[in-house]
Every structure is written in structure tokens, then in C-alpha cells.
Design a protein around this ligand. Structure first.
Ligand code: AP5
Length: 222
């Protein structure tokens, strides 16, 4: 793929592979991978006021209030790397967030190229999340079967011990799925109305999903 600075959002249920595909794509095209989940988890780890507030919602599988997430994304998009293109992974997740993002990008004259829905059924989501391990240092995502590290339980990139996310217990995942169907699925219509909506099935291995995504991106007008 070339170096066209695409501006994308990734929609889709928890565990569908948004983070995995966003990381592969941003490495390939050297644009910013902006994950609101990672941003909030890092703030929680640092113990900032925003982080402590966010953690109480994340633990329960609920969405962090719109104003907190919108302010964080606004600040992040001002950083220079976002000018080279970006993929927003896990944002927007409500209509309020979608409207706020549209206004932010309009003000900069940098509209979105597409909202890509990475789709996967609920039971497949549960299986994927059960096997997920992440590096606490670099946030790299693995799966114990589908995408294991070279040495079991250890990050290939920096040798850190891999962890399971605190919100990956099955009952929390079921709550996150319910929240997704209730609050985030309607965001698809917002982008359909603007002719920005694209769907990519995540039912297949990592390479196959990446190939489907590449095909969709190659059709975008830049
Ligand atoms: P966030 O971190 O965004 O979590 P999520 O949306 O629930 O998505 P996940 O990170 O669980 O999944 P993913 O789609 O990235 O899948 P992954 O690539 O890891 O949000 C967490 C919390 O933060 C929210 O609940 C909320 O509280 C808060 N939050 C975040 N953003 C917010 C916002 N905008 N507003 C309000 N609150 C917000 O893949 C999953 C697993 O499957 C991995 O193990 C991977 O290796 C594996 N895998 C991936 N692709 C494949 C494949 N094709 N085949 C087999 N295995 C695969």
C-alpha cells in the first residue's frame, strides 16, 4: 500500500480485531493508531484523575462518559503524527462522540475517508477475548492460539510478561457486548447516512481479514 494519509475510524464489537488490524495497518502505512481503550488504560495506570474516573466504568464494562473521551481524542488529534493519517480504534462509540468527531475534523478541514465496521458474531467474540493476552508495556496484542508470541507468555517486542486485561472476564465481556449493541451499533447508521460506512467481516484468520481490509481501503477516494 502507498502512503496516502487516510483518516479512518474502526467500529465493531469488543474482540472483533479492531486493535490487531489497526496496529498492522498503522505499521504498514506509518500513520497514527489512536486507541481510546489504550489511552484510558494508560491514564488509569498513571493514576491521573481522568484515569481513576475512567477505571470505575471500564471495570464494569460500561462506556466512559462522552465528555472525558471526546476531550482526550481532541487533544490527541492535535499531535503532529495524526496529520500523516490515523486510525481511530474504538472511537466514536456513541452518536455524541460521532458528532463531536465530525465537528473537530470539519474545523481542521480534514474529513474522514471511511468508518470501517470490523464485524464478528457474539460467540466468536467471547472465544477471541478468552485467548487474548497483551503486553503491558507496548500494548501489543496476542492470542494464545491464533497469534501466539514466540516464547509462551512473553512479548516478542520487549520481553515483558503478557497479561490478561482486567475487563476480559466473561461476565464483563457479555456486558461490554450488550453496551456495544445498545450504544455503539447505532453509530453505523450515522456513517451510512454520510456514505462513509464500510463493513469488513472478521470471520477468518488475521491475514485474510487484513486482505479484506486492504481491498476496502483501496476503493476509497483520497
Ligand atoms: P477497548 O480497549 O476499545 O476495547 P473494545 O472495543 O471492547 O475492543 P477490544 O480491545 O476488546 O477488541 P478489539 O476489537 O481491539 O480486538 P483485538 O484486536 O484485541 O475499550 C475498553 C473499555 O474502554 C470500554 O469498555 C470502555 O469502558 C472504555 N472506552 C474505550 N473507548 C471508549 C469510548 N470511545 N467511549 C467510552 N468508553 C470507551 O482482538 C481480540 C483477540 O482476538 C486478540 O487476542 C487477537 O489476537 C485475536 N484476533 C484478532 N483478529 C483475529 C482473527 N482474525 N482471527 C483470530 N484471532 C484474532
Amino acid at each position: 500500500m502507498g502512503e496516502t494519509p487516510l483518516r479512518l475510524v474502526f467500529l465493531g464489537p469488543p474482540g472483533a480485531g479492531k486493535g490487531t488490524q489497526a496496529a498492522l495497518l498503522s505499521a504498514e502505512r506509518s500513520f497514527a493508531h489512536i486507541s481510546t481503550g489504550d489511552m484510558l488504560r494508560e491514564a488509569a495506570k498513571r493514576g491521573t484523575e481522568i484515569g481513576r474516573k475512567a477505571e470505575t466504568f471500564m471495570k464494569k464494562g460500561l462506556l466512559v462518559p462522552d465528555e472525558v473521551v471526546i476531550a482526550a481524542v481532541r487533544e490527541r488529534l492535535r499531535q503532529s503524527d495524526a496529520r500523516k493519517g490515523f486510525v481511530l480504534d474504538g472511537f466514536p462509540r456513541t452518536l455524541e462522540q460521532a458528532k463531536a468527531l465530525e465537528a473537530m475534523l470539519q474545523a481542521e478541514g480534514l474529513p474522514l475517508h471511511a468508518a470501517v465496521d470490523i464485524t464478528l458474531g457474539d460467540e466468536a467474540v467471547i472465544t477471541r477475548i478468552a485467548g487474548r493476552r497483551t503486553c503491558p508495556k507496548c500494548n501489543r496484542i496476542y492470542h494464545v492460539v491464533a497469534d501466539p508470541p514466540k516464547k509462551q507468555g512473553i512479548c516478542d517486542t520487549d520481553g515483558e510478561k503478557l497479561l490478561q486485561r482486567a475487563d476480559d472476564r466473561e461476565e464483563t465481556v457479555r456486558e461490554r457486548l450488550a453496551v456495544y449493541h445498545r450504544q455503539t451499533a447505532p453509530v453505523a447508521s450515522f456513517y451510512r447516512e454520510r456514505k462513509l460506512y464500510r463493513a469488513v467481516s472478521s470471520d477468518g484468520d488475521l491475514k485474510e481479514v487484513g486482505r479484506r481490509l486492504g481491498l476496502v481501503l483501496s476503493t476509497l477516494a483520497t
